[in-house]
Design a protein around this ligand. Sequence first.
Ligand SMILES: NC(=O)c1ccc[n+]([C@@H]2O[C@H](COP(=O)([O-])OP(=O)(O)OC[C@H]3O[C@@H](n4cnc5c(N)ncnc54)[C@H](OP(=O)(O)O)[C@@H]3O)[C@@H](O)[C@H]2O)c1
Length: 198
Amino acid sequence: MKIGFIGAGMIGKALSTQFAKAGHDVVVSNSRGPESLRETFEPLGVSTGTVADAVARDVVFLAVAWRNIPAALESVDLSGKTLVDTNNPIVMPGFTRADTGGRTSSEVIADLAPGAHVVKAFNHMLSTSYDEGAVVDGAPKVLFHSSDYDDAHAVAQTLIADLGYVPINLGELITGGALHESPGPLAGRVFVEPAASR
Ligand SMILES: NC(=O)c1ccc[n+]([C@@H]2O[C@H](COP(=O)([O-])OP(=O)(O)OC[C@H]3O[C@@H](n4cnc5c(N)ncnc54)[C@H](OP(=O)(O)O)[C@@H]3O)[C@@H](O)[C@H]2O)c1
């Protein structure tokens, strides 16, 4: 797939490099422009570009600290795109939950990206867990996805499986998203597929 990343920090780097290794065509972007990213990413097989370059791709990952998400989405048109929301509503420093008015973080993001088919995925584990690989002690790790769109679920499922993880569909953003966003019952843990299911 042609994948664009808005955000090239810890989670953007961990995921973009894995997708490039798996054969996807990946471009990463940030607010400072491609020159600031080239030296780090191009040796890893990941292209660098502007936010507009990233948004032009079929599938767009958003991997930006919570406080910067409104600015990151302010002038982009994601209508009709699959928007993979890797984010958590965390305010730093202090690691406290942002006030999202009683809604899940993905519902807030969906409002900021009108027309996008938002799927929450790749958000529940630390970036270091992706760096460590998809398998632990012979068991594949599990990644969750939630969305209000079947096509976005299908994209997430394919991308998760392409990296060697086991996808688990948790349903809609309002229900599933609440389970795997951080803080939440599934966040910050590594789950693996039990041997009996393999
Ligand atoms: N780190 C983890 O282990 C982890 C795990 C799961 C989920 N997450 C979630 O993933 C998201 C990103 O976390 P992170 O740890 O990767 O953060 P990070 O290391 O601070 O990276 C954030 C990236 O966003 C870019 N950015 C900031 N403002 C931007 C804007 N207006 N337009 C475009 N790019 C912008 C930053 O670059 P510039 O400042 O140069 O623009 C940077 O590349 C957060 O929502 C976090 O909750 C993180």
